[in-house]
Design a binder for this molecule. Structure first.
Ligand code: NAP
Length: 318
């Protein structure tokens, strides 16, 4: 890293500290590019909010999300990656080096790897915002403990809802999974575990239309999507797992994206701007697994290395 006025000039700047960011950092560091990782708000990304990860190869007994995140970071730093505890606020990709304005000042980057991941979606119903942190949560690992011997509602029918619902049974006296259809998109193994769990029950073909409470959550309003019947269901907590939105707003107008905001990349993780690569959930609407994000991060760094080599090569070799 060198200084250019107040800006810090780096060869490879990586946005995001999840499996994508630190896998990219590991590969870029081993290519001796001294990558800098801007962590973003959540060190370790979404994986670090998961209690146990059972499908990352190499850990037959599972591994804690925070623990895996620390291992990723340690391994990348061992080879020379630098971690900056800061978020990027805006980018200028109109010319190289790319400009990135962050909480820790301005960076100039010869190559940029976007691994900014995704954030949980909100239901956007009355009471949700007001009661967030007072019974409404998007993270079972963070908040499950507060619901010891309490009744909890989990919203959603994907892997997150069932996996996190199962996790909350460690604390809660009962977990009610409210899902808008009568079929789940969660994997069969999680569906079976949830169905067999004595603390879990299901309310299907139903949506939550309001979170009720003043100081804290006391109930939710439910609506059956078939009969349109409305009921009030008493609960102490509402955990919402209804999918994610990619954290790519900062790149709008500069990087090509899908309608849903996923950055468009080719099979080499290249975006429409040469020298800018994107990987993991910021660019992947299909797989969104720790292992696929890590793989894409590594691929982005390999391609960034090739890009920088080609830029530095004598003209006839480029
Ligand atoms: P997801 O697979 O997109 O599922 C979202 C769920 O929320 C769906 O059941 C959806 O219902 C429901 N939903 C969406 N909008 C809703 C709304 N406005 N009101 C009510 N319900 C709504 O999201 P995810 O569960 O967070 O999983 C994301 C990705 O991470 C997936 O690829 C998943 O496989 C992966 N993941 C994997 C693991 C694991 O392997 N252990 C763990 C967690 C996540 P519909 O089904 O009706 O659309």
């Amino acid at each position: 890293m060198s200084s250019n006025g107040n800006a810090k000039h780096v060869k490879v700047l990586i946005l995001g500290s999840g499996p994508t960011g630190y896998s990219a950092a590991l590969y870029a560091a081993r290519a001796e590019l001294q990558p800098v990782v801007l962590t973003g708000m959540q060190l370790g990304g979404q994986a670090a909010l998961t209690y146990t990860i059972e499908n990352y190869p190499g850990f037959p007994d599972g591994v804690g999300g925070p623990q895996l995140g620390e291992l990723f970071q340690k391994q990348a730093e061992h080879f020379g990656a630098l971690t900056e505890f800061a978020s990027a606020n805006s980018v200028d990709l109109s010319q190289r080096p790319f400009k990135v304005d962050s909480d820790s000042g301005e960076y100039l980057a010869d190559a940029l790897i976007v691994g900014t991941g995704a954030s949980p979606n909100h239901l956007q119903i009355p009471g949700e915002v007001e009661l967030t942190g007072r019974g409404v949560s998007y993270c079972a690992t963070c908040d499950g403990w507060f619901f010891k011997d309490k009744k909890v509602v989990v919203v959603g029918g994907g892997d997150s809802a069932l996996e996190e619902g199962l996790f909350i049974t460690r604390y809660a006296s009962s977990v009610t999974i409210v899902h808008r259809r009568d079929e789940f998109r969660a994997s069969p193994i999680l569906q079976n575990r949830a169905r067999e769990h004595p603390k879990i029950n299901f309310i299907l073909e139903t949506v939550v239309t309001e979170v009720i409470g003043t100081e804290k959550v006391t109930a939710v309003k439910l609506k059956n999507v078939k009969t349109l019947e409305e009921t009030t269901y008493e609960t102490d907590g509402v955990f919402i797992f209804i999918g994610h939105t990619p954290n790519t707003q900062m790149f709008k107008g500069q990087l090509e994206m899908s309608e849903l905001g996923y950055i468009k990349v080719n099979d080499r993780m290249e975006t429409n701007v040469p020298g800018v690569f994107a990987a993991g959930e910021a660019a992947d609407p299909h797989f969104r697994q720790v292992v696929t994000s890590a793989g894409m991060g590594a691929a982005a760094a390999i391609q960034a290395t090739r890009f920088l080599e080609a830029m530095e090569a004598p003209a006839e070799k480029v």
